[in-house]
Write a protein that binds this ligand. Structure first.
Ligand code: HEM
Length: 600
């Protein structure tokens, strides 16, 4: 069996979901619309009444909080402003933020000040993690990573968020993220994430504990070999072509299209074929199995953002119509998967082949076929868990990346023009190939940059299973940790003009950005041993779809479309869809010249 280390391109992994939603009580005070503008420290302070409290506050409560009756808006502002903090403020943190931008001399001074200020540095057993305490009602309900960003600007790279008896560590420091995900990854489990997703993923890669995970990762990673990924590129092309046909009809009829749901269907069709050679055909049909997949996905998202786990209450579980629907949907999917496994086993038995590292059946290049052909000695239940995990992991993430990429592009005609120029000259009207992936450099940079601004998922979840040292802080076992990739990717300490969509920040002749060459200040696919196994698959899928769509159409927000705001499930969704007007590009000529090759 080929070990993980033997296929470095595809090695690694992650987590998909989030546990609490923090809501700002009024839209007007919510930074979400704003999340698209930059809520820096200065603006936070100037826009809201800022009352800071020192660590000498009695009972750990902010001074003044008992005597004042805060209005809802004030309360939201107070959380963002750090009113609930026990952290000190002063000149040193301000200087550090400023200095970090004037490299390299500033970097040295910044590190010096970090030591003085007690930032991430050498261990100090007595140091206390800054605490942001707040009223849960003040923050429950909206995409939770938005208020976390404001809190990060105030409290820094690691702080504690308390909700009654429950406490979470919020990490936004690349060095600490690297420590948790890579350097000392054995000290961390998937924690709440595994508990929530167990009902659908069982002991699949995302949720599995370390013993099962190690075995399954070694079995699955080799299935995503280069020949497989090359075959997938033609699958991406065909699925994108089907979407083009749909968009072409909408454009002829002058109909607006909801791109988020179309991208979701496109990526479901792709992942079904890629993982177990099943054609959901969801771009054309709305059959029972497609509905079942969405029922289960929505349930996973609902559970990950729900405060009370009603699905665990025995009577409720049996009586609730929603839970009954989920149980039925799961049964349908499981039966379908079992059936596919049986059929595939039979075909492998009948096939005359010699298994080798780059084994692939031309008619069925799926991961399932590879696993069975490799003689993977595993129970049907484990195999089903693995397939289900790959289905979920590879579906919503890619759909979300495409959604936010097209949203970003709709505001940047200059970038679209550059993108179209590249695609016109490299692809013209033909389907992309594996060789084209190296040439579509600007298209790749657009995806890299979209993943920076909208990481999917925006937060990675871990739980410490041993005591550990995070920067200067000691933590015990049992700490629930949210690594905010969103914060790291938008940190003014890490990025110039962090909030702007600027694919040019990644030089075309430079390496593809990843967590290693960006030292964990960019980690869209996680990092360390549990990094995404589908990073290359997903990047190529997004590049192919983006290239094929912008080659043929221009996209603009539809007239009267609802404002695009964010909400969280496993990934970042829009609250009301991405309604767009699609028009055929006048030049160069489009769709009819495409020759559609069938992939059975
Ligand atoms: C743009 C699309 C994608 C993004 C942004 C993405 C992101 C991630 C991230 C951040 C993680 C690490 C989670 C953690 O550390 O907790 C992860 C893990 C994982 N991803 Fe992806 N992913 C994408 C597509 C895919 C695809 C297409 C597949 C399958 C073909 C896939 C399969 C997995 C699996 C199995 C894991 C768990 C690996 C392990 O724990 O060993 N992902 N992904």
């Amino acid at each position: 069996m080929v070990g993980v280390a033997a296929v470095p391109n595809f090695c690694s992994y992650s987590s998909y979901s989030t546990i609490i939603q923090l809501r700002w009580p009024q839209r007007s005070s919510c930074p979400s619309s704003s999340s698209l503008r930059r809520p820096g420290i200065a603006s936070t302070k100037s826009n809201r009444t800022l009352r800071c409290f020192s660590s000498s506050s009695p009972n750990g409560k902010p001074k003044g909080s008992e005597s004042e009756d805060l209005s809802v808006e004030e309360e939201a502002g107070s959380i963002a402003s750090g009113e609930f903090t026990i952290q000190k403020f002063g000149l040193v943190p301000v200087l550090r933020t400023g200095l970090s931008k004037i490299l390299p001399a500033g970097k040295f001074l910044e590190e010096l000040l970090a030591k003085l200020d007690g930032g991430v540095g050498d261990g100090d057993e007595r140091a206390e993690i800054p605490q942001a305490k707040g009223s849960f009602s003040a923050v429950v309900g909206q995409a939770f990573f938005i208020p976390l960003y404001e809190l990060y600007l105030i409290y820094g790279g690691i702080f504690r968020l308390n909700f009654g008896p429950k406490s979470f560590l919020i990490v936004s420091d690349p060095g600490i993220a690297k420590h948790i995900l890579k350097d000392n990854s054995k000290a961390y489990s998937k924690g709440i994430l595994a508990e929530i997703l167990e009902f659908v993923m069982g002991k699949g890669l995302i949720t599995a504990d370390s013993v099962i995970w190690r075995v399954r990762r070694r079995a699955i990673v080799p299935a995503l070999h280069q020949k497989y990924v090359a075959a997938m590129i033609s699958l991406f092309g065909q699925a994108s072509y089907s979407l083009c046909e749909k968009l072409d009809r909408a454009s002829s009829n002058g109909e607006d299209v909801e791109m988020e749901s179309l991208f979701s269907r496109l990526t479901l069709d792709v992942i079904g074929k890629a993982v177990f050679n099943y054609d959901f055909d969801s771009l054309s049909l709305d059959n029972g199995i497609v509905e079942a997949v969405y029922t289960v996905l929505r349930e996973a998202e609902q559970r990950s953002t729900s405060l009370i786990p009603t699905w665990k209450i025995p009577v409720w579980k049996d009586l609730s119509p929603r839970q009954k629907k989920v149980t039925e949907a799961l049964k349908l999917i499981n039966d379908t998967l079992d059936n596919l496994i049986t059929i595939c086993k039979r075909m492998v038995d009948e096939e005359n082949f010699q298994f080798h590292e780059e084994y692939m059946n031309e008619n069925d290049p799926s991961i399932l076929r590879f696993l069975l052909a490799s003689g993977d000695d595993v129970s049907s239940k484990q195999l089903r868990d693995d397939l289900m995990t790959l289905l979920i992991a590879g579906h919503e993430t890619s759909a979300a990346v495409l959604t936010w990429t097209f949203y970003l592009l709709s505001k940047e005609p200059r970038i679209v023009a550059k993108l179209q120029e590249e695609v016109d000259s490299i692809l013209g009207d033909r389907f992309p190939t594996y060789e084209d992936m190296k040439k579509l450099k600007y298209t790749t940079r657009v995806i890299n940059e979209s993943l920076r601004l909208y990481p999917q998922p925006p937060v990675l979840i871990r739980r410490s299973i041993e005591d550990d040292q995070l920067g200067k802080y000691r933590i015990g076992q049992g700490e629930d940790i949210f690594i905010s990739v969103w914060n790291i990717h938008r940190s003014p300490k890490q990025w110039d003009d962090a909030e702007s969509f600027n694919p040019e920040r990644w030089p075309l002749d430079g390496p593809n950005p990843n967590e290693v060459n960006q030292n964990f200040s960019y980690l869209p696919f996680g990092g360390g041993p549990r990094k995404c196994v589908g990073d290359m698959f997903a990047t190529f899928e997004n590049v192919v779809t983006t290239a094929m769509l912008v080659r043929r159409f221009n996209f603009a927000m539809a007239t009267g479309a609802p404002p695009v705001e964010m909400t969280t499930g496993a990934t970042i969704h829009t609250t009301n869809g991405l309604k767009m007007k699609v028009t055929r590009r006048a030049m160069p000529p489009i769709i009819p010249s495409l020759e559609k090759k069938a992939l059975k």
